[in-house]
Design a protein around this ligand. Structure first.
Ligand code: 6PG
Length: 487
């Protein structure tokens, strides 16, 4: 079936994501070369899902490169880390100046920065593209977040925007993100937000199961109902499905799953970057730690025996009010989490000179990806209306939602502490919000303590910023202050 015309792009790595992206590209009229290091996978693919399509195979890098239109475009769909470097090294000898390598894995953005610059010196363009949406997204429309060598964008734009998910208005969920590692940074933040969304949903689940004694069917119905509110999103939708799902013996699968969460690292990287950049990304950080504490199952079992406690049950007549509060509390936490995620991107954009377009980022996340939701449309509107918006919590639409949801969030957070039900993400959202919206925090005392024990100096309310003072707290008559070093 394949035509004689040269291929538009090659994809290296025929695991499910690679295969599905190739099939998606083929559906959109692009000719794709499929290559895999274990070449039997190439034949297997050509003889099964790719049979009867325009997809061609390659059994060596030379064969792959020879089949490509110039500038050659080669997309790596391989495991993040050293495997990417090994593939780059093995492909480079076959390439010419102006050719393009794209990494579609979950690479750490610092690796992408390094690769963009190293390949630039060889005249090769490198793009680090965040790809979200799992297997189904890859097959029928992922969210794509490309960044790196901008000069390469015109050559891949048509392919990427054709295969990407589309918003209800028909816009592609794919735009150029920025230079260097910007694409992979934005994908990392997407994943961090994904961790936060999943955690607040899981906290609500535990609250409803333990305090309200809801059955799996009730839980499924509740999430289904919530999916018709502002919480409408893919993650709420699949949660409703999960609670209704039974195995062939009629048992709910959810109740058979061990309560220890895995993680591949992107949430952790988001937290690490927030600490490094000094951004209070508390909800996502708590979500990563919640996975860590879940992984300590045997310790938790032991501790639960040392500190036994029963979760008090709510009166059924209060259920409707509590469920309404929970719905609002989730919305409150979600807005706070996205505001924190955007704060991280804003800080990184300034430091790396990425000029990120926050409206476009919301557009890229609107469909196709794991955090896709109607909610993102409002974030897009907020940043489109004011690209210089300093914080999502200060946008009029979100401010109104926060004011409405805050009392509910406070009631649920307080109740969870009273009951002994862990809700680290929700309670962190409330605490963050209170810190964020408090004019005078007790940091004057921190400064006094630092100055007292270490002569670290402080600024004064009655003096201009940037002037530093030291007090001789213990009458030592020493005027020596510590050298200023701020992280
Ligand atoms: C996506 C997802 C995906 C991620 C998985 C697992 O956008 O399609 O974010 O990239 O790998 O969700 O992540 P964890 O194993 O860290 O939960």
């Amino acid at each position: 079936m394949s035509t004689d015309k040269k291929a538009d792009i090659a994809v290296v790595g025929l695991a499910v994501m690679g295969q599905n992206l190739i099939l998606n590209m083929n559906d959109h009229g692009f000719k794709v070369v499929a290559y895999n290091r274990t070449t039997s996978k190439v034949d297997e693919f050509l003889n099964t899902s790719a049979k009867g399509t325009n997809i061609v195979g390659a059994h060596s890098i030379q064969e792959m490169v020879d089949q490509l239109e110039r500038p050659r475009k080669i997309m790596l769909m391989v495991k993040a880390g050293s495997v990417v470097d090994k593939f780059i090294d093995s492909i480079i000898p076959y390439l010419d100046k102006g050719d393009i390598i794209i990494d579609g894995g979950n690479s750490n953005y610092t690796d992408t920065e390094r690769r963009v610059h190293a390949l630039e010196k060889k005249g090769i363009y490198y793009i680090g593209a965040g790809v979200s949406g799992g297997e189904e997204g890859a097959r029928f429309g992922p969210s794509l977040m490309p960044g790196g060598a901008h000069a390469a964008w015109p050559y891949v734009k048509d392919i990427f925007q054709a295969i990407a998910a589309k918003t209800p208005n028909g816009d592609a969920c794919c735009e150029w993100v920025g230079n260097g590692g910007a694409g992979h940074f934005v994908k990392m933040v997407h994943n961090g937000i994904e961790y936060g969304d999943m955690q607040i949903i899981s906290e609500a689940y535990q609250f409803m199961k333990e305090h309200l004694a809801l059955s799996n069917d009730d839980l499924s119905a509740t999430f289904k109902a919530w999916n018709k509110t502002e919480l409408n999103s893919y993650l709420i939708e699949i949660t409703a499905n999960i609670f209704a799902f039974k195995d062939k013996d009629g048992n709910y699968v959810i109740d058979q799953i061990l309560d220890t969460a895995g993680q591949k690292g992107t949430g952790k990287w988001t937290g690490i970057n927030a600490l490094e950049l000094g951004v209070p990304l508390t909800l996502i950080a708590e979500s990563v730690f919640a996975r860590c504490i879940s992984a300590q199952k045997s310790l938790r079992v032991e501790a639960s025996e040392s500190y036994p406690h029963k979760i008090a049950k709510a009166n059924t007549k209060d259920h409707d009010n509590i469920l309404n509060d929970l719905n609002k509390a989730l919305l409150f936490a979600k807005i706070t989490s996205y505001a924190q995620g955007y704060m991280l991107m804003q800080e990184a954009s300034t430091i790396h000179n990425w000029s990120l377009n926050y409206g476009d980022i919301a557009l890229m996340w609107r469909e196709g990806c794991i955090i896709r939701s109607v909610f993102l449309e409002h974030i897009k509107k907020a940043f489109d209306a004011n690209p210089k918006l300093t914080n999502l919590l200060l946008d009029g639409y979100f401010k109104a939602l926060i004011i409405e949801a805050l009392p509910s969030a406070r009631r649920i957070a307080a109740k969870s502490i009273e009951l002994g039900l862990p809700m680290p993400a929700l309670t962190s959202a409330v605490s963050f919000f209170d810190g964020f919206s408090t004019k005078r925090l007790p940091a004057n005392l921190l400064q006094a303590q630092r100055d007292y024990f270490g002569a670290h100096t402080y600024e004064r309310l009655d003096r201009p910023r940037g002037e530093f003072f030291h007090t001789d707290w213990i009458g030592s008559n020493s005027n020596v202050s510590s050298s200023s070093y701020n992280v």
